[in-house]
Design a protein around this ligand. Structure first.
Ligand SMILES: Cc1cc2nc3c(=O)[nH]c(=O)nc-3n(C[C@H](O)[C@H](O)[C@H](O)COP(=O)(O)OP(=O)(O)OC[C@H]3O[C@@H](n4cnc5c(N)ncnc54)[C@H](O)[C@@H]3O)c2cc1C
Length: 408
């Protein structure tokens, strides 16, 4: 957004509570790699120029990439500046920070979609003998005591963390709900390549049914690694990870899993096959069938005939629980009445229901790719155009100290 505002000569500052690339520095586990290939982190005017476009950045590489971008575009970032309040005034907004106040006519909220790890209410029943963690606290298996681990949630974070912990010799049980299964590689090409080329990632928010539901769907079960392996439930079962249904409750130290495991897995398989059908159709329409390997389907997810519905958490078998149950944004500093009943900011494709206020970086903000680094460019181009026309419409008003300010 900063680059797009600069292109339009719109005076702005970027307020950051930590350092540039703060979330990648402080809120990710050690072994994490981007699940999007190197070529796919395309920022405005800044693509991948290395010799490994299909590789996956490590965290230090990701931090360096974002730091370099901030330097290349000379982003006016104020680090160590936490926004503690944003209030509306007759002229726009007053942004209060730990380093003083800013007055501005527009505000772009780019403070991230994953500020807080969501932990379900059932966590209240976990016996005190068990250590609990979220993907934001988790760094590596050595941080955990010996003994069994229950990982709750089987999307990108849960499956990757389950695999890593199990490999460390701590037996893992994985309790799972709705999840999105995709292969890493299909017909010889990365799944992200297919989704990008076939236009899946460009789907627009106004074209999908029930956008509120779609904005809440979990991340793809995907991981980035040198060998491009698929981390799915079958690969976890092959390692020895035990699969259980959704963690529905904990009563008297006993975990209860729902009986829907098979249905959940069948649904994920069905949805994956629908995506692969769409890819196959697109490949044929675009005369790619001779260039790539033939269409095929993956083994359905294997589920035990009668997976146990309970687990005694007081027996000592489970020493740690990892809540890989998603993330949510933290907009507690926003003192403008723009929240819906669920506490989410009301917006239309990033145009917030408060004049001159914009939102970036949340799932399906404007496009399916909006929550990815790669989605920021198109969203920022669209929203900076809207912001510029807002300023033009308001130009009769008195000019405050700064024209725009971006948080995050
Ligand atoms: C575990 C995990 C893995 C991911 N893997 C990928 C991947 O492989 N590829 C991909 O494209 N995307 C991935 N994502 C999504 C990724 O987070 C986004 O693509 C990207 O970080 C969004 O950038 P952002 O700037 O919108 O948000 P963030 O990176 O979260 O940045 C928000 C910034 O705002 C700052 N901030 C927050 N509140 C305040 C405040 N009150 N005052 C001042 N500053 C504030 C934060 O310190 C932070 O630096 C992943 C996300 C997670 C959680």
């Amino acid at each position: 957004m900063s680059r797009c505002l600069a292109d339009r000569s719109i005076d702005h500052v970027v307020l950051e509570r930590g350092e540039v690339a703060n979330s990648w520095r402080n809120e990710r586990w050690d072994s994490l790699r981007l699940l999007t290939p190197n070529w796919q982190s395309r920022l405005p005017g800044h693509g991948y120029e290395g010799d490994d476009p299909d590789g996956f950045r490590t965290m230090p590489e990701t931090i360096e990439f974002i730091e370099r971008y901030a330097q290349v575009i000379s982003a006016p970032v104020r680090t160590d500046t936490t926004v503690t309040s944003v209030r509306s005034t007759d002229e726009g907004y007053v942004v209060t920070t730990t380093q003083g106040d800013w007055r501005c006519r527009t505000v772009v909220i780019a403070s991230g979609a994953c500020n807080i790890a969501s932990v379900p209410p059932v966590a209240a029943g976990v016996p005190s003998s068990i250590t609990t963690l979220t993907p934001m606290d988790y760094r590596n298996p050595e941080q955990l005591g010996q003994g069994g681990v229950l990982v709750v949630g089987a999307s990108a974070s849960g499956t990757q963390i389950a695999a890593e912990i199990h490999r460390s010799g701590r037996p893992v049980t994985l309790a799972l709900g709705e999840h999105i299964r995709v292969p890493r590689v299909y017909r010889g090409r990365d799944i992200e390549w297919w989704m990008d080329a076939a236009g899946v990632l460009d789907e627009f928010y106004s074209e999908v049914d029930n956008i509120d539901r779609v904005r809440g769907v979990p991340s793809l079960q995907l991981a980035g690694s040198d060998d491009r392996r698929t981390v799915d439930l079958n690969s976890l079962t092959d390692m020895g990870v035990k699969l259980r249904g959704r963690l529905a409750g904990i009563n008297g130290g006993k975990a209860q899993f729902s009986g829907s495991l098979r249905n959940l897995c069948e649904l994920a398989d069905l949805k994956m096959n629908r995506l692969l059908d769409r890819i196959d159709e697109w490949a044929t329409e675009n005369q790619l069938d001779d260039e790539v390997s033939p269409p095929h389907r993956f083994e359905p997810t294997r589920v035990e005939p009668s997976p146990p519905l309970g687990m005694d958490l007081t027996s000592g078998d489970i020493r740690t629980i990892v809540w890989a149950t998603g993330f949510r944004p933290d907009h507690s500093w926003l003192d403008v009445p723009v929240f819906d009943r669920k506490g989410l900011i009301r917006h239309d494709g990033g145009v917030v229901e408060a004049a001159g206020m914009y939102l970036m970086g949340i799932p399906f903000l404007r496009r399916r790719k909006s929550s990815l680094i790669d989605g920021a460019a198109d969203d920022a181009r669209d929203l900076s155009a809207h912001l510029a026309s807002h300023l033009a419409g308001e130009s009769a008003r008195a000019a405050p100290d700064a024209t725009a300010s971006a948080v995050g």
